[in-house]
Design a protein. Structure first.
Length: 595
């Protein structure tokens, strides 16, 4: 079957919709790209509003492993290391406790967007049954603490501590870790799990410092101002700037609580149904037989890759892939080509986005407001959102959508926010403006990494990441980067990548420690071969130059060679997980050299 024989999209004129997508993108492209954003400064940089910082003496100690970052990455790596018999593990984090993104992002309504049963790591090991299909923030934070306690990771943890420098000491075969608390720590191995979204950013809107009311970023929610249940907002006029995944979750709670709420929108999110529900303990007990979470994680990757025989996840991420797989299965074997799959996927995307836009009409009563809430781009141009109360909020008389037709806020004044030529006087401005993403690794980490012969990671990666498996870089022995690119790159569930990376690190470090090996480093040949391999990957389905600007496509700007390296294993996440499992099981650690 040629791809031309695929049935036409139902109810969508693809040609005209494609034109509309491009027109909406063009409206939003701007020459300053990602530099339209700045970091939090002055009154926004309020430190840690959740845990008081306590004084302590600087430390000068050695540990076998230092994990930088106490979010899912540090916790799961730490847990797996302990299981592998490596007991001496120190986690360092700038926060006052474990949790990473779930420590900082305590905005009302925060919940996971991938089903809890695969989003929360180590559920089987800890015996925790998530209370809901999509657990809320406090439960996820508590789960992080549970992992920390169960694996004795608290004893050696250093909280409210930021690494300021990481330097390889070749004579001693170890890393020297400096911190903002004056520590001078050493470690044979370091892992870096700094998280993809941990540096909050603000739009550089003129007048932002002039506002006389109260303002804060969603990543540093000010419960002192709002009250723990937002009760102090009852008589307040509040503006929230931004309508990404954070805002979609926070707006329903704000809408219930505020006197008046103004939702300032530059680009609407696509908001599909959520379908959250409490976990049925009987279902869970039946499903959770030994190895259950591993099976679900593998199934998620297999469904997205089109190779599963059943969808055990059944959420908004697997829905389209599963539908596509079923449609492909109806074709004779010889016609199930990649070209047909791509055509079907494109058609499914147009149909899905049409359905999501139609959903707005069925929920939002005011016709004009509904039109402005419709997303005109391919589904993976921006982060897909799921919510059963967000669109409904705009039916409340106190909740006003301020659509700026792609232009954004014009300025902030002493009294409020100017958008579309009108000033909205408010008591409080909440910035749901996201996080720094596409800048260099060492800029976001906040410390430089100086490896063998004084070479910095910034210089080594000047033209983009160079790794084996997304983890090892030549010249940086005994250091492991924990992040998705050049590995599985399974963006729909970042914990899938972390859980797998932790198994790899535990296997390598466990082997080195057991056999008394001092150093492990990727060979130059293995690194080059891997970089060459990943660059044969198809461009990611996420973002792309035709997309409306956002962090998925570096605000529409070409990232050059660095962007081309932000790819995954060419055959996709499921294939990567199978490949790396065999690599670990072989025990030869091909591509690494030990001494
Ligand atoms: P985003 O970067 O997704 O959204 C920022 C928002 O601010 C966008 O709507 C953006 O508009 C808007 N904005 C920026 N500048 C201006 C301006 N000058 N005027 C008006 N609006 C402006 O940040 P989020 O915090 O929402 O989400 C970031 C990521 O965090 C998500 O994509 C997701 O990966 C993760 N996340 C995960 C959650 C989960 O799993 N449960 C929940 C929340 C977030 P525009 O679109 O036009 O750029």
């Amino acid at each position: 079957m040629s791809t031309a024989q695929v049935r036409p999209a139902t109810g969508v004129d693809i040609t005209s919709v494609r034109e509309k997508y491009l027109a909406e993108r063009d409206k939003r492209l701007r020459p300053d790209g990602a530099s339209q954003y700045v970091r939090l400064a002055d009154e926004f940089d309020i430190g840690d509003p959740f845990t008081p910082v306590t004084e302590r003496e600087p430390l000068a100690e050695h540990t076998t492993v230092v994990c930088i970052g106490g979010g899912f990455s540090g916790l799961v790596v730490g847990a797996r290391l302990k299981e592998a018999g490596v007991e001496d593990v120190r986690i360092i984090d700038k926060a006052g406790d474990f949790g990473g993104t779930w420590y900082w992002n305590r905005y009302p309504g925060a919940q996971c967007d991938t089903t809890s049963y695969i989003y929360l790591p180590l559920l089987e090991e800890t015996g925790h049954m998530p209370t809901e299909k999509y657990a809320h923030g406090p439960e996820i934070l508590e789960h992080c603490q549970r992992i920390g306690q169960q694996y004795d990771l608290y004893d050696q943890a250093l909280f409210h501590t930021e690494v300021t420098d990481l330097r390889w000491d070749a004579d001693e075969s170890r890393w020297v870790v400096s911190t903002n608390r004056g520590d001078r720590l050493t470690a044979q191995f370091v892992t870096m799990g700094i998280g993809p979204l941990h540096v909050p950013k603000l739009p550089a809107i003129p007048g932002i410092g002039e506002f006389a009311g109260h303002s804060f970023h969603t990543n540093r929610w000010d419960y002192g101002y709002t009250g723990e249940s937002l009760e102090k907002l009852a008589d307040k006029r509040v503006a929230i700037i931004g309508t990404g995944a954070t805002s979609v979750q926070a707006v329903p709670r704000l809408s219930e609580a505020c006197g008046e709420l103004f939702v300032i929108q530059r680009t609407p999110s696509s908001v599909d149904a959520r379908g959250n529900r409490p976990t049925d303990p009987e279902w869970f007990a039946e499903m959770a037989t030994p190895g259950w979470q591993r099976r679900l994680l593998a199934n998620f990757a297999d469904v997205l890759g089109g190779v599963a025989t059943q969808d055990l996840i059944q959420d908004g991420w697997t829905e389209l892939s599963w539908q596509l797989r079923n449609e492909m299965a109806t074709l004779p074997a010889g016609e199930r080509t990649m070209a047909t799959r791509m055509t079907l996927a494109e058609r499914a995307d147009y149909e899905k986005m049409d359905q999501i836009r139609s959903r707005v009409d069925t929920i939002v009563a005011d016709h004009d407001t509904a039109q402005h809430l419709k997303a005109w781009y391919r589904r993976l141009c921006k982060r897909p959102c799921f919510h059963d109360e967000y669109l409904q909020s705009f039916n409340s008389p106190n909740t006003h959508l301020v659509d700026t037709d792609g232009k954004g806020v014009e300025r902030i004044t002493a009294k409020g926010v100017v958008a579309g030529g009108q000033e909205y006087e408010v008591d409080c401005v909440i910035y749901a403006s996201g996080f720094e993403v596409n800048t260099g690794f060492t800029r976001r980490s906040g410390y430089e990494v100086t490896g063998r012969d004084g070479v910095t990671l910034t210089d080594r990666w000047a033209d983009g990441m160079r790794t084996l498996h997304g983890m090892h870089t030549r010249g940086f022995p005994n250091a492991f980067v924990v992040q998705p690119s050049q590995g599985a790159n399974l963006i729909a569930n970042v914990p899938s990548n972390i859980v797998d990376s932790a198994a790899t690190i535990a296997a390598i470090v466990g082997h080195a420690v057991r056999d008394g090996l001092r150093e492990v480093e990727v060979t130059a040949e293995a690194e080059q071969a891997w970089v060459d391999l990943v660059q044969t990957a198809q461009p990611s389905a996420i973002g792309g130059p035709d997309c409306t600007p956002g962090y998925y496509n570096n605000e529409g700007q070409d990232q050059g060679s660095a962007g081309l390296r932000l790819v995954g294993y060419p055959d996709g996440p499921a294939a990567f997980f199978r490949y790396i499992e065999q690599w670990r099981a072989a025990g030869a650690f091909e591509g690494l050299e030990f001494q």
